[in-house]
Design a protein around this ligand. Structure first.
Ligand code: ATP
Ligand code: MG
Length: 349
């Protein structure tokens, strides 16, 4: 495992009045415990505003977590001990040079390359910047490394002395990927990297990302609201709703056997050519509640057709129902227990 978050929270303060006093909080990420395995692509899906970007940025400490832990590349034994030693690996506590050193190993690529690439910088400087900042190369070596990176993402020496506006959207995203690769990272957070692109260009970028992952043994956290993209590229998928993970499973398992009512609704909203094929559609009622004042208990209960009293009273834990398939739902858990009974009786007989 390369990264683990434990009960990670990120609340944004809401200030008001003349004295800018804190009058409330946006609970953008509200207790996420997630493990990312080395070399995998973990997809993170959910509707707009559910906290995906906030989670990705908090992971890299581009945002300070409100509470919780982020263990990056920590030895197994460290994570089981609750001692001061743990802090040595807890990114949440890192500052200054230690944080800077860690940043080399974790990068991020955003959805809109035109706003994430400085319009006044030449491509050679954009891609070379992380190498300079971290003191990894200079002079001729720097120039060679930048060219090597550009070549690897499908660009050439002709592009070195141009500005971002001279490129197409797909090419700009290639530049952002080259820059993310510059420090030879272990983990890259890809935040909707293809969502702003045409379908054909999307496919090219996805293939490039897959090739790079294999070649450099990279680990990805792939954030998107596009389920077909995430099905194509991810090994496992985590489904997020209002700041929490509600389901986590292997990609094939999640698409073949979605258990959480929210995941079922998301999947049944995918347009399919023949409507006869999927007769069972789950339509979500109402809007996503405000993360400023989320519902008590299960945050999905206000839109859930299975909601019962206990859903209002207790927050469901994300628990395994076997085969590394995790679900946070009181109703699915109790259902599976009921269905487990007959077979257990059979065994006893
Ligand atoms: N800087 C901020 N200050 C206050 N609230 C914020 C800030 N950034 C995000 N939020 C709020 O936090 C919640 C989560 O936002 P976030 O951008 O993480 O969601 P997202 O899942 O990435 O959405 P999208 O799919 O639209 O990119 C939203 O309710 C958003 O309005
Ligand atoms: Mg986002």
């Amino acid at each position: 495992m390369i990264l683990e978050t434990r009960d990670l929270k990120k609340y944004y303060p809401i200030t008001g009045g003349v004295f800018k006093k804190e009058v409330g909080q946006v609970k953008a990420v509200d207790g996420v415990s997630l493990k990312i395995e080395r070399g995998e692509c973990l997809g993170l899906v959910g509707e707009s505003g559910c906290g995906k970007t906030t989670f990705g940025k908090t992971l890299l400490k581009l945002l300070d977590p409100t509470s919780g832990h982020i263990y990056f590349d920590a030895p197994e034994e460290v994570k089981v001990r609750k001692a001061a030693k743990e802090r040595r690996y807890d990114l949440a506590t890192f500052k200054g040079t230690r944080l800077k050193d860690m940043r080399k190993r974790m990068q991020i690529v955003f959805q809109d390359p035109s706003s994430s690439l400085n319009p006044r910088m030449l491509i050679k400087d954009i891609v070379g910047e992380p190498l300079k900042v971290h003191g990894l190369a200079r002079g001729l070596e720097l120039r060679e490394r930048v060219l090597e990176l550009l070549n690897r993402v499908g660009l050439t020496s002709d592009h070195l002395f141009r500005y971002p506006h001279e490129f197409s959207g797909g090419q700009r995203q290639r530049i952002a990927i080259a820059r993310a690769l510059a420090t030879d990272p272990d983990l890259i957070v890809l935040d909707e990297p293809t969502s702003a692109l045409d379908v054909s260009v999307q496919a090219q970028i996805l293939n490039l990302l897959q090739d790079l992952q294999k070649e450099f043994g990279l680990t990805y956290l792939f954030i998107t609201h596009h389920l077909l993209v995430v099905e194509y590229i991810s090994h496992r998928i985590a489904v997020m709703y209002l700041g929490r993970i509600v389901e986590l499973a292997d990609t094939r398992e999640l698409f073949g056997n979605p258990l959480h009512p929210y995941t079922q609704a998301l999947l049944s909203a995918i347009p399919i050519p023949d409507p006869e094929v999927r007769s069972h559609r789950t339509i979500l009622k109402g809007d996503v509640p405000s993360p400023i004042d989320p519902p008590s208990g299960c945050v999905f209960r206000t839109r859930c057709f299975m909601a019962a009293r206990e859903c209002k009273e207790r927050i469901p834990d994300l628990v395994s129902l076997g085969d590394e398939h995790y679900v946070a739902c009181h109703r699915v858990r109790s259902k599976s227990r009921e269905s487990a009974h007959p077979s257990q009786n059979d065994l006893k007989r």
